[in-house]
Design a protein around this ligand. Sequence first.
Ligand SMILES: [Zn+2]
Length: 604
Amino acid sequence: MVITPGALLIKSLLPEGAKQKYDPSLVLDKSGVQKLMSNIITHGGDTAHNSIQELSHLFFNTATLHGYSTPLSDYENDSEERQQLLHEFKTKVNEINNDKSTTPAQKNERLGNLSGEYQGMSQRMNIKYMVGKGSTAGKMALTGARGNPMQLAQGTFSPLMSEDIEGKALPIPILHSFAEGLTPAEHLAMSYGGRASTVKAQMSTSEPGALFKQIVPTVLNEVITTNDCHTTNGVIANVSDKQRIFSHVEAVTGQVIDDGRYKDLVSSGTKTIKIRTPHTCEAKEGICQKCYGYDSRGRFPRIGENVGIISAQSISEVLTQAMLATKHKGGVAGKKRDVFLEASNMLKMPENFRDEAALSTLAGKVTSIEKTPLGDHHVVVNDVKHFVSRAQEVTAKVGDQVYAGQQISTGTANPKELVSLRGMGEGRKYLSDSLREIYGSGLDPRHFDVVAKNLVKYVKVVEPGNMDLLPGDIVDISKVLPYLREDTKSIPTLQAKGKLLAHQALEVMPGTRLDDKHIQHLLSHGVDSVNISQSNAIFEPFVMGAKSTKLLDKNWVSRLAGSHLKKSITDAASYGERSSIHSTDPITPYILGTEFGEGKEGRY
Ligand SMILES: [Zn+2]
């Protein structure tokens, strides 16, 4: 193994823990830098951020002292293998073009696949050759300092094939690089996709930003407030879903699931486990350290740490990236999933919810399914008609027993509707799980928990009972919990049908009226008794989606971080609203300034 002076310099700046894990043969390309950073963050302790700062100075100074320049030869791929690959590509494109036996759609798909395959090969071949011949542009693309291998390949190898404005491959092989200059035909072919992606990028980058501005205010009160809320409750998760349970605290034993514990669970053959999560935390305000679990640095987040903003930032950043990734990549055909569209639909829950599925509004038996003259369907459960639009297929069958909230057609359940039929707890879990599914596996599931918790937390009072509230009041569920728990009783789960839950059981939240489906779920995970409330208060969940949830916040200064500022100010003045300067919400203390950060137990 060769250790370079650069590797020694890097090692000298690392914190002690990270030094031991440092591999001096690590090549600092994009993934190498990522590995180095995650080593520092995971093993570097409190001085990790200093080390990162010092490393960035080292890299910056080294680049400056070297005085790299990038001559024209940096952009010239004069290799024999490039010519060979281009020739091969051209031959195959012509074969497909001249094949009389295929339909235009098949032709298009084959061209798209071919282009994708050759682009992959050309990028690998190009970056290897360019770095090999000492191209500074090549090194920059490899390390991610400027550009990436794909952009370099377009500039120095060839874009190979372009696409039209609908993303379909254009059957013209492009055999020159941007550095060499395109022929008029190649230029014209490139212009469609180029123009479309420029417009798309301009139009689309504003949307994730706007969504971010709506999510942040709804979660900025999610602070770590205490060490332990002492719940033994949590949600059931599969051990095979490592990301879902790793770094979480086991609800029963209170143990953090680290490498050792995870190996034990797997080798003992355990299938499911109850874990504590942010959305099942029972802290009065914010989230406790135990329900959050270890963060990315491998320790509990500190009391006062605002995990809400971290979550909002994480899920929004990925959306911006997803939006940009749909930009022009050069002719790869095939249907791509629109992550941004699906995620913003879930988070905003608009009136015209996209791809909405029909849910049964009651428990019962499907007695008939009728097709209307327009091609829609009516699914009758007991004697209640459910409309299923022709955009969806009916998935229930005559004779099926369904529960309230069960999906009876294809499509996506609207979280708003699911919450009203299944209760807040299941709604939160559904929202969090769905977002995780849409995003793919890249993000910590707890970010979705935190956001789901805050989008599903308000209730509307129908009958106040003993509560110090009026019918129609909309309040945070934490405000009604004390009333719900004034007069409680523990009863066997089997006898709890129709009863009002007083204390959380798995994800099922207090205030939920239990039905057969809840009871079945609780029993199947060993919850044999539940704590029910004998309160006569009636309230129902109230969900508005990311766009308007902030308007329900009782903290009027914080509400100004959202929209409808004029209404917030006039309401606050006419109702004499107050805003604490030491709450878990950072906005008021931050604006006032003088006592910022002096609140106790996670309050600012
Ligand atoms: Zn907790």
